[in-house]
Design a protein around this ligand. Structure first.
Ligand code: HEC
Length: 198
């Protein structure tokens, strides 16, 4: 996806400009890698959703296996390979395991106010480790509406499987959530954390 790759490169300028407090600090090399991996994951989801939409098939559990599930699996392997903590979070979540924590919530509020803000990063600690946390916008596309559109039109497997679902009623262009990648400063040597916490 050339467009996504270009987006990833363009990302740095506004993100760096947003770090106004203190002396400008270049992002660690590993963060660039995290940005690339997230662009790849996001393109994977879009591609899968679109190819499904084009196939004209029924939206069911099988379709989900082919759209959001591979993305979740891929996220786990990216986390394990790099020693990062990778997750997807939302305020209006479907799976309660994806409930936005307070940092993610704050970033989403900023993104709601500033539609140009694709991504941002902060220094922080997670589980007692210092590091950098990168957030990337997740945008609703037409292909997502089959499962995240009108409440009544959600596929049966969603209505049954997610009784407390809040991830419906979205429109194209809406902010759906954020990807979050925590890159520990000590190089992420500990690969035992598989990212997605449940
Ligand atoms: C075939 C149905 C289907 C399609 C199409 C679909 N999703 Fe999902 N999506 C789901 C289901 C089901 C979950 C809950 C996954 C889980 O339990 O981990 C989910 C979860 C998510 C999550 C995790 C946060 C949460 O609320 O749990 C995000 C973010 C997300 N979808 C974004 C998208 C985007 C963006 C698109 C379009 C590019 C899309 N989805 C297309 C069914 C779908």
């Amino acid at each position: 996806m050339a467009a996504a790759a270009a987006g990833a490169l363009l990302l740095w300028a506004p993100v760096a400009a947003a770090q106004e407090a203190g002396p400008p600090e270049p992002p660690p090399d590993e963060l660039g890698e995290a940005v690339r991996e997230i662009e790849r994951l996001d393109a994977l989801r879009s591609g899968l959703a679109r190819s499904f939409l084009g196939s004209g098939g029924d939206v069911d559990r099988e379709t989900f296996r082919n759209v959001c599930q591979p993305v979740g699996k891929e996220m786990k392997s990216v986390a394990a390979e790099n020693g990062w903590t990778v997750s997807q979070m939302a305020i209006r979540f479907r799976n309660p395991a994806h409930r936005a924590d307070s940092a993610a919530r704050t970033v989403m509020e900023e993104m709601e106010r500033d539609p140009e803000l694709m991504g941002t990063w902060r220094r922080t600690t997670m589980d007692g480790r210092e590091g950098v946390r990168y957030f990337r916008r997740i945008t609703v596309e037409r292909a997502c509406l089959a499962c995240h559109g009108a409440k009544e039109e959600r596929p049966a497997f969603v209505k049954e499987g997610y009784p407390e679902d809040r991830a419906h009623g979205f429109e194209v262009g809406d902010l759906r959530g954020v990807y979050s990648v925590f890159v520990p400063e000590d190089g992420g040597g500990d690969a035992s954390d598989d990212g997605e916490r449940r």
